[in-house]
Design a binder for this molecule. Structure first.
Ligand code: SF4
Length: 362
């Protein structure tokens, strides 16, 4: 705690001791000026978690003081969904966006699921409705519907199986085999669908949904970063356009990117994804130099330590899913969870891209 010795004077000794390990993880991101308020909130939240028998599931895109400070489980959508199903806690607080909280409720209908801000949405989840999926099924009868987990409960209820960016290729190939078809519907992220199509011989029918964070990256940005930082390794998320992945050194889900950095510990890394990812991994590998660009997700950034504290104190805002929707949506999520886990989170190898069948955009 030497680096914050002046600041610790402003903190109760017990809180300073309790939060000292967190400070070590966040000090490259949080200033000593901000830390006393954050440390008090972290301590308050940890006490409330015990009182409420609650766990906090924190997504990789949360800010470091949430991710390292109060997250009981941290990870990507797939990891958090599995944890929601496994947890014995009575209350789940989703430090993430609304579709993730719905997924937790779908998998744990008897638990109270809370989200600190109901406006924490997602451009992908808002891109499609259950009614849209019903129309798509009428247009393509007999084809399996695979939906990205970034969808609302009513979309999941119309779905055969969910996927995340960590297992999308595996799920698409499983669905094609199970249904005995050579095409599947993969919605709603157009870029994820195109990037999956490059990794499989299964034909893909896609929807024009976009992640507002990842669609902004351009291949020219990657080339410019490479020129400015020769030697830096560039990792991209599969919600980015195809040519961005093609220009990167590695492409994979947030879990795959984390594994890559933790295993290889490159000297310099550029993460082409939401900004907080780099700040969070930096807490575990301070020797790695992370370089922007920094795109923030405005939905993820609605979640703060203050509203997590309020959420646990006031037991707001509860996320519910209509009872008749839960079994149908749960079947789609559980099918994904029940698939054997990949030995390592899938990577998108654009050099070996196959492109046998073009993507059909609905
Ligand atoms: S980063 Fe993109 S996919 Fe994730 S919540 Fe934000 S808008 Fe949705």
């Amino acid at each position: 705690m030497e680096a914050v010795v002046g600041v610790t004077l402003q903190l109760d000794r017990a809180i300073a001791q309790e939060t000292a390990p967190v400070w070590e993880k966040v000090k490259s991101h949080v200033t000593p000026m901000e830390w006393p308020d954050q440390a008090r909130l972290i301590s308050e939240i940890n006490a409330l978690k015990k009182d409420r028998d609650a766990v906090i599931l924190a997504h990789n895109y949360m800010t470091p003081e949430i991710y390292h400070g109060v997250g009981d489980y941290v990870g990507d959508s797939l990891g958090l969904a599995k944890e929601a199903a496994r947890s014995d806690a009575k209350v789940i607080v989703q430090a993430g966006v609304h579709f993730m909280a719905e997924t937790s409720k779908i998998l744990s209908p008897d638990k109270t699921v809370l989200i600190p801000d109901l406006k924490a949405g997602c451009s992908l989840a808002e891109a499609i409705t259950g009614a849209d999926v019903r129309l798509i099924k009428q247009r393509y009868p007999g084809l399996p519907v695979v939906t990205y987990v970034n969808t609302t409960a009513d979309v999941k209820a119309e779905t055969d199986i969910c996927c995340t960016s960590a297992n999308a290729v595996q799920v698409v190939e499983w669905a094609a085999r199970e249904w005995g078809v050579d095409r599947v519907i993969l919605i709603p992220d157009e870029f994820l669908a195109r990037n999956v199509a490059a990794q499989t011989t299964v034909g893909i029918i896609a929807w024009k949904g976009r992640c507002i964070v990842h669609e902004r990256f351009k291949a020219d940005d990657i080339h410019a970063m490479r020129q400015a930082y020769p030697g830096a390794e560039i990792l991209a998320h599969p919600e980015c356009p195809e040519d961005v992945l093609g220009a990167a050194d590695f492409a994979g889900s947030t879990a795959a990117m984390t594994d890559y950095v933790m295993a290889k510990k490159p000297r310099q890394v550029v993460l082409i994804t939401e900004c907080s990812m780099a700040a969070n991994i930096k807490g575990d590998v301070p020797e790695v130099d992370f370089i922007g660009p920094c795109n923030l997700c405005p939905y993820m950034k609605r979640i703060t330590l203050t509203n997590i504290r309020d959420c646990l104190r006031d037991m707001t805002f509860e996320v519910t899913v209509p009872e008749d929707m839960i079994p149908r949506a749960a079947r789609a999520v559980q099918r994904m969870i029940d698939l054997p886990p990949p030995a390592v989170p899938a990577r998108y190898d654009m050099i070996k891209a196959r492109h046998h069948v073009p993507v059909e955009l609905i």
